[in-house]
Design a protein around this ligand. Structure first.
Ligand code: SF4
Ligand code: SF4
Length: 408
């Protein structure tokens, strides 16, 4: 298999990307930096090092794929594309680890995913995930599940009945979002409808394939993408996503599939914050809370969506919005990275949790629009004993709409 690294061609090895790299900040090792990893990818391309070289694999495996190195690069290097191509080569030649195969199989197959998510939701509703959460590997995992709890009860909130002025949108439901964050889907539907969109459901859709693509399982990602293309059809109505990681890959289906249909599908995809931002969004009722926004990498770096989530939070009267230093840095979640590389994942998370701990006045919420970040930050806050909740920005807007009587 040949390795297509043309997106790395513009690299002039200037090193401007090094300070933006969270793993380089942890180890200080050039091989754990974007520039060092580009050198390793090039060496693999030229067959100067074998695909099973343990040191090269270690440095490439510990890359978060956060793409924090892309916006700071003056040459426009497409690091993410190069990394995905390299991971595909490594996965083909070395195989995926049993844990990676198990996780990708569970998320990519609703037959396995359903009982798995049911089990997690049971742990959550019985309070076991919360009471047994901690800082060890198992306790941290339980903390991730506990963090998916809705910020307030779903009790009898009506769907909006106002007139549709902005057209129809189709909700992409995904795997983890569908399994553990159905309350965020409900808040997404309500807030969009309050802003003039009609939200319709689409049968037959599956996981977006982002976790597969990032891990090197190109075939698995393509298979899922084709199913989604079939489910959403050839219409032009926007496809709304409330998970940054899913949105980034869905927008990139043209590249993944290399087809005009994939390209057209990608153009339809919008993050929920983009749609709400386009509509205003309409302000809600007073919600006096202290909130730090933490930008998901796949929203700010991959999709380059930065202002829209802040506009959603600013539409909540009384909400004091804070953007803390390091809020643009990866939290260490990175899809299944937190399970495959727990030591690096936790080391990257530590800096972020310290910044939340030091924030004065004390935070009530961290707002972020990606399930992996949500769970990782939530578990980190629990492990540090900090009574701060994590919420999707639309959850807070939804709450404010409820308080303001927007839903009637
Ligand atoms: S990726 Fe960009 S910023 Fe980093 S070394 Fe290469 S050219 Fe410089
Ligand atoms: S993707 Fe993230 S972790 Fe990987 S090299 Fe770039 S900045 Fe570093």
């Amino acid at each position: 298999m040949t390795l297509d690294l043309t997106s790395l061609d513009p690299c002039v090895h200037c090193g401007f990307c090094l300070p933006a790299c969270p793993t380089y900040a942890v180890t200080g090792d050039e091989a754990d930096s974007p520039r060092g990893r580009i050198v390793l990818m090039r060496a693999l391309e030229r067959n100067e090092i074998p695909a099973d070289d343990p040191a090269a694999r270690q440095h490439l495996d510990t890359c978060l794929g956060c793409r924090g190195c892309e916006p700071v690069c003056p040459s426009g290097v497409g690091y993410g594309r190069g990394l995905e191509a390299t991971r595909e080569l490594l996965a083909r030649q070395n195989g995926l680890s049993p844990l990676a195969r198990l996780m990708l199989g569970t998320f990519g197959n609703s037959l396995w995913g359903k009982p798995f998510f049911f089990l997690l939701k049971t742990l959550r509703s019985l309070g076991l995930a919360d009471s047994l959460s901690g800082s060890g590997r198992v306790g941290f995992g339980l903390g991730m599940i506990a963090a998916t709890k809705p910020v307030q009860s779903e009790a009898a909130r009506p769907r909006n009945t106002q007139s549709v002025s902005r057209g129809t949108v189709r909700l992409f439901t995904g795997c983890i979002m569908n399994g553990l964050f159905s309350h965020v889907h409900a808040a997404t539907r309500r807030t969009l409808e309050a802003n003039g969109y009609q939200v319709v459901e689409t049968e037959g859709q599956v996981c977006c394939g982002a976790l597969h693509a990032h891990a090197g399982d190109h075939k698995g990602a393509v298979c899922l993408a084709q199913k989604n293309l079939g489910a959403f059809g050839l219409g032009t109505d926007p496809i709304v996503v409330n998970s940054a990681g899913c949105g980034a890959l869905l927008k990139d289906y043209g590249h993944l599939l290399g087809t005009a249909q994939g390209e057209a599908f990608g153009h339809r995809v919008q993050d929920v914050s983009e749609l709400l931002f386009a509509a205003g969004p309409k302000p809600g009722g007073e919600l006096a809370v202290e909130v730090a926004y933490d930008a998901p990498c796949h929203l700010q770096h991959a999709q380059r969506v930065q202002a829209a989530p802040l506009a959603i939070l600013n539409a909540v009267p009384g909400l004091r919005l804070r953007v803390l230093p390091g809020s643009d840095r990866c939290c260490g979640s990175a899809g299944i990275f937190s399970a495959l590389q727990p030591a690096m994942s936790r080391a990257v998370l530590e800096t972020k949790i310290s910044s939340f701990a030091e924030a004065t006045p004390r935070l009530d919420f961290v707002a972020t629009g990606n399930p992996g970040c949500h769970m990782q930050i939530g578990a980190g806050l629990r492990a540090a004993g900090l009574p701060i909740q994590v919420a999707h920005p639309v959850e807070l807007l939804d709450w404010s709409y409820q308080l303001g009587g927007v839903y009637g």
